[in-house]
Ligand binder design. Structure first.
Ligand code: V47
Length: 353
């Protein structure tokens, strides 16, 4: 059957068909993805009022794309105390944040209790705030560093108040590219296994893909299909987030960056291919807010949130270090012709703005 007709008929694509998607022009992909998005969400565009907290940048691993971890390129190591983390969470909560998104580097010096204790401290003081914390890469690091299996670390997360897992650390699943990008970090099968175990406990999570560096289009398709396969089994992924690679202050040499057309095509392909993951997020910190707004017409139904402060992508050049003012954010979504819907971390609708 013709590829376009098959997509329009909501028929699942095979790997071979998926590998032909980038050959379609942007207009065709955009119309197909927009139709799918509209069928599920109409004119709604989701966001949340959230705060990113990155409590330490001291890292045992060396990912070539990372500008955040303390290294030769970023010689300013820091580690927050639990009191500092709580203070940030309290301020954000007072300003309307419903979620703290807590992601750190892999700090070998602070101990497992520092990681888990931070969640407990926030949860005890602010039981209503949703804690989205620990990427699968951090879970794997803690497991290896402290000699516990994944199940034990995951059960500790739950016992200490973590509500959902963010999608970080997925990068690109292809083993050869991964070995070059971030040797020593969680393997692709490890990343998928951790999310599977998390989902098996009735919990939800997100999935990312870091693209626009040395990977090929086939690697992106392979990445999305591995997620689609796991989602068929667990159903636990809420959102897929293609992260556009930021190039400053790191050790990765990249010759050719994706154009806006290719970024939009990637969002549209994600919507088309991931028929079982409800939300496709244009994370404005890496796409720029301008492109994220346009991405709403190319399959994306979620723009993440106000962020308030962000250290990982901004270290590599993104304009996200101070987040976005709520009024500006909502105004931009409205001006683009969409209905801003504030959601909680699990996509329950809280308020139509
Ligand atoms: O895994 C690191 C990425 C991720 C760079 O789950 C970079 O809702 C671009 O996962 N250029 C962490 N990206 C952030 C993350 C995330 C963000 C927003 C929402 C959610 C969610 C998750 O940041 C890492 C890595 O892939 N990253 N360096 C860089 N130079």
């Amino acid at each position: 059957m013709d590829l376009v007709k098959k997509i329009a008929d909501d028929t699942r694509l095979t790997k071979e068909e998926a590998n032909r998607l980038y050959d379609l022009d942007l207009d065709t992909l955009g119309k197909l993805a927009d139709e799918m998005r509209k069928k599920r969400f109409g004119n709604k565009s989701y966001f949340n009022i959230n705060r990113h907290i990155n409590p330490t940048n001291i890292c045992a691993d060396v990912c070539k794309f990372c500008a955040y971890s303390a290294s030769r390129k970023n010689p300013s190591p820091y580690t927050m105390s639990h009191e500092e983390i709580l203070e940030i969470a309290k301020n954000s909560y007072a300003n309307g944040a419903k979620e703290v998104h807590i992601v750190s580097a892999h700090n070998p010096d602070v101990g497992l209790d520092w990681y888990m204790g931070a969640f407990r401290k926030v949860k005890d003081a602010l039981p209503d705030i949703h804690i989205k914390a620990l990427t699968a890469a951090e879970v794997d690091f803690l497991s290896r560093q402290y000699g516990h299996d994944y199940d034990t670390i995951i059960d500790m997360m739950i016992a200490n108040g973590v509500d959902s897992m963010p999608g970080g650390g997925a990068e690109i699943f292809d083993e050869e590219i991964r070995e070059y990008l971030c040797k020593g970090k969680v393997s692709s099968t490890g990343w998928l296994e951790i999310h599977r175990k998390w989902h098996e406990r009735g919990r939800q999570s997100n999935a990312t893909m870091l693209f626009g560096h040395i990977e090929s289009k086939e690697h992106r398709i392979d990445h999305m299909l591995r997620l689609r396969d796991l989602q068929d089994i667990t159903g636990g992924f809420n959102a897929f987030i293609p992260l556009v690679y930021q190039k400053e202050n790191n050790f990765l040499k990249v010759e050719k960056f994706p154009t806006a057309i290719e970024i939009l095509k990637t969002y549209a392909i994600a919507r088309i291919l991931l028929d079982n993951i409800p939300h496709i997020k244009a994370y404005w910190a890496t796409s720029t807010i301008g492109l994220a707004l346009i991405a709403q017409e190319y399959g994306c139904d979620d723009l993440d949130g106000t962020i308030e402060h962000e250290a990982i992508q901004s270290a590599a050049g993104a304009a996200s270090s101070n987040g976005m003012k709520l009024d500006d954010f909502v105004g931009l979504i409205k001006n683009a012709g969409f209905t801003p819907v504030e959601r909680d971390s699990l996509y329950n609708e809280l308020k139509v703005w």
